[in-house]
Design a protein around this ligand. Structure first.
Ligand code: AMP
Length: 488
């Protein structure tokens, strides 16, 4: 089959030129499928996550639909908001608006971005100039609506980007309030990595006869994310994490924690273990978070400890390992988390440290990804005998399965820890030291086929971090501070 080309998408010359200048050679699957539908004016429900090229999948056709009304006039009245894009986080909002600017650079259309945690006045000045494309986080947009610094009565296209995350962050009431301010006649586009029940309900109430596009992650074809669970006593998780990092010589690890406090504490403890670690979460300023990310990308920091919302949209080229220090309560967060590794066709490894209280969450993850994740005991770190069997599930007796040939020695030896003698080693089920797992031949089905919405359980209760956000209705913009990070 001929490979798809941007020529087939009938983009107008200012857009195809911009795409060429960006070096895009061919559309990604979500672009190939979504662009004609959006150009045709259809409502769209698209299952696609960050990294698939989803931004261009809506930005290009939106710009094309707005192009006939583009005006070179300086008058703000000639530049009403015609397309509104809502995103969960400020970083994603910035990124999306930047894309609109890049794709639309040969068109006289204006765009701007508004998000919380930043000066209203500068945003008001931009809004007063008049913009056709407005990218916003929901809370701050409502602040502008309230202070009458934005009019939404000419919005013809609404896009909800990362709709599942907006719901997770408690933005649904804000979204409904915003929708009520829009003209009834409009085109609606909804992009979401997952489709829990709330999203389906939103789709039903919001979209009219939507076209559906479902895309596997960009890394689908060649990706080789291996998943492994290390059963461990809860109080030994931190020690095991340090052990894995040191004995395997891991150099760039994204570690997930359930709470900001936990993330801070863990980064601090790892530093005490002489591991370069930093935390990234919503309590940090934008500048601090960008610095943490840059240091991590540049290899100055070995471990970046993140909370779920802070990791959203994070795109680090070739991130080799993701470690779940805390198991996510929402199995869909597991999918988001492991989506940070194995990107762009590179191999990746998703390691989960599972203590007895995490068993239920692990089972939910395995149900969602339709895969039994291998349990590998790390000698010296397993929970006591009584709980090993539960944690190992049916595989407990099949220990021999794990006695594969010893893996090559990791380059950096584990530092001796004289103050904490390692307990007697029981019969090893996995050789030590832990070293890079041998490649498994097959890709992970979670990425090699489209997400199956039927398998998705209802969204769980919000996590502590998010609950805090929701309780702060007066500062909804704070939630928008917690999100994905700008790419390099
Ligand atoms: P997104 O999923 O929209 O966040 O995009 C992920 C990355 O892919 C961004 O850095 C885009 O610039 C890039 N990208 C989007 N479309 C294409 C394309 N057709 N060819 C190459 N890169 C692309």
């Amino acid at each position: 089959m001929a490979s798809p080309s941007f020529d087939q998408l009938d983009l107008i010359p200012p857009l195809s030129q911009a795409v060429r200048e960006l070096g895009y050679e061919q559309p990604t699957p979500v672009q190939e499928q979504a662009i004609p539908l959006v150009l045709a004016g259809r409502d769209l429900m698209a299952g696609a996550q960050t990294g698939t090229g989803k931004t261009a999948a809506f930005a290009l056709p939106i710009l094309q639909r707005l192009a006939p009304q583009a005006s070179t006039s300086a008058s703000p009245a000639r530049h009403p908001v015609r397309a509104l894009v809502l995103t969960p986080t400020r970083e994603l909002a910035i990124q999306v608006e930047q894309s609109f600017k890049e794709y639309g650079k040969h068109l006289p259309l204006r765009s701007t971005v508004v998000y919380g945690g930043a000066d209203m006045d500068a945003q008001i000045r931009e809004l007063r100039r008049g913009v056709e494309v407005l990218v916003a986080t929901p809370g701050r947009l409502l602040d502008h609506v309230q202070s009458k610094t934005v009019m939404l009565n000419q919005v013809g296209i609404l896009t909800l980007d990362e709709a599942d995350r907006m719901l997770d962050m408690g933005f649904l009431p804000d979204i409904r309030r915003i929708i009520a301010l829009l003209p009834k006649e409009r085109q609606n586009l909804l992009f979401s990595a997952t489709f829990p029940d709330e999203i389906r309900n939103l789709v039903k109430s919001l979209l009219r006869n939507p076209a559906e596009v479902q895309i596997a992650a960009r890394n689908a074809a060649a990706e080789l994310v291996t998943h492994v669970v290390h059963p461990v006593a809860r109080e030994k998780k931190r020690e095991l994490l340090a052990y894995l990092i040191q004995t395997r010589g891991l150099t760039q690890v994204l570690v997930f924690c359930g709470t900001r406090i936990g993330a801070n504490r863990l980064a601090h403890q790892l530093r005490k273990d002489r591991i370069h670690a930093d935390a990234i979460h919503g309590d940090k300023s934008q500048a601090e978070r960008l610095e943490a990310l840059e240091n991590f990308k540049a290899g100055k920091t070995t471990v970046l400890v993140a909370t779920d919302v802070a990791s959203r949209g994070l795109d680090i080229e070739g991130l080799p390992q993701v470690i779940n220090f805390d198991i996510p309560h929402s199995p869909e967060d597991y999918v988001h988390r492991i989506g940070r590794t194995g990107r762009a066709g590179l191999t990746g490894e998703a390691i989960s440290l599972v203590a007895p209280p995490d068993m239920e969450a692990l089972a939910a993850i395995e149900r969602l990804i339709k895969k039994k994740i291998d349990r590998v005991l790390v000698p010296g770190f397993q929970p006591d005998g009584g709980t090993v069997a539960t944690l190992m599930g049916r595989e407990a007796r099949g220990a021999s399965r794990r006695t594969e040939a010893p893996r090559p020695m990791a380059p950096r030896p584990m530092e001796p820890r004289p103050t904490e003698p390692r307990p007697m080693e029981p019969r090893p089920m996995a050789p030590r030291p832990m070293a890079p797992k041998p490649q498994r031949p097959q890709g992970d089905p979670i990425f090699s086929r489209p997400y199956e919405p039927g398998a998705a359980p209802a969204a769980p209760a919000p996590k502590p971090e998010e609950t805090t956000q929701q309780s702060k209705r007066r500062q909804p913009q704070v939630a928008a501070l917690l999100g994905g990070l700008k790419r390099a």
